[in-house]
Design a protein around this ligand. Sequence first.
Ligand code: GLV
Length: 366
Amino acid sequence: MPDSSARVYATCDIGDAALARVRAAGLRLEVHASPLPPAHDLLLRKVQEPGLIGLLTTLRDPIDAALLAAGAANGLRVVAQCAVGLDNVDLATATRLKIVVTHTPDVLTAATAEFALFALGTLARKLAASEQLVRSGNWSHWHPYLPFLGQEVHGMTIGIIGVGRIGRAFAARCIGLDTDLLLHDPRHQDAALIEALQAECDLRFRHGLSREQHRVRFVDLPTLLEESDAVSLHLPLRADTHHLIDRAALRRMKPEALLVNTARGAVVDELAVAEALRKRWIAGAALDVFAREPLPPDSPLLDPAIADRLRLFHHFASGTKRTRLDADPDVGMAGRAVAGLLAVLRPETFGDPRQLPYIVNPEVLD
Ligand code: GLV
C-alpha cells in the first residue's frame, strides 16, 4: 500500500501527462503554481515540510548545499531534474547526503542538435534581417546583392567543441550539409566517432551525394578556433569549461567566423563576445543560453550596435512539445524526469533504479 503521506514538490509545471504519473504512483504532489521559479526561501520551506521525499526541479532552481542539507534532515531522497544540465545542482553535496539526483539525457539530444544547426543557418543566411526587411516595408526592390548577402553553411569547416551526446548528434547533422568537421573535447578523444563520421562523409562522396570529399578531424582547441568558419559549443558547464570561450579564444577565430552556443551561457565570456562582435573579431554569434537567464536588460549582448550580427534565443533549443512534455520516458524530458523520481521512490513498481542511465549518482543507492 503506497504511503499516502509521501510527498513530492515540483518547482514547475512540467505538463499534466507526466505529473499524472506521479499522482498515479500514490504520491502527494504539489506543483509550484506560478510560471516564475520559486524563491529560494520558499524552496527551503518546502523541503522541510513533513513527508517531503522528492523534488522535481528544472535548470532555473539553485539546488545548493543549504537546501540539500535541510531536505536530507527531513528525509528528502531524490532530486529529479527536468533538464540534462545539472550545473544548478550541488551534486557532491547531494551524494554526500545520500540524495539521489536524476536528469534527462538523450531525450533532448536530437531537438538540441537540430536547433544548433538551425541557429547557425539563421545567423549565416541572415534570416532575421531578411524578415525584418519585409515587415518594415523597407524592401524596395529585388537586387542581386543589396541590401546584404549571407554566408552558405555548406562547404564550411565547422568546429564542434564537446562531443558528448549532443555534439555527436550535431556533427552527424552537419555532414548532411556537406561540411568539414573539426572536433575537440577537453576530456576525451573518440577515435571510433571520427571513424564513423568520416565513413559517412566518404559514403556520401562515393555515391555522388556530396560533390566534394569532406574530412573529419580531432584537433586541439587553438587549431579548432583558428581553422573553423563556425564554432558550436556542446559542453556542460564545469570549472574547466567556465569561460572556455574568452577574449583570447575569440581573438583566435577568423573574422568571418560564426559562434553558436546552445550549451550553457557561462561557457562563453559574454562581455568578450560583445566586444568581439563590436570590433568584428568574429562575424556573428547565435546564443540560446546566458550566464543569467532571463537575459538582464543591461546585458552588453543587447547593445543595438551588434544586433545585426547577434541572434538571441530564450533557452529554447529543446523547446518542442514532444521533447519538453511527452510523458514517455524514452521520448520527453517530463517523462524522463518523472521516471527518475519514481524509480527511486517506487522501485517496487518501476524496477531497479541502478539500471537507469539517467541516475547521476547511483552509488547513493548502495
Ligand atoms: C537544457 O538546457 C537542459 O539542460 O536540459
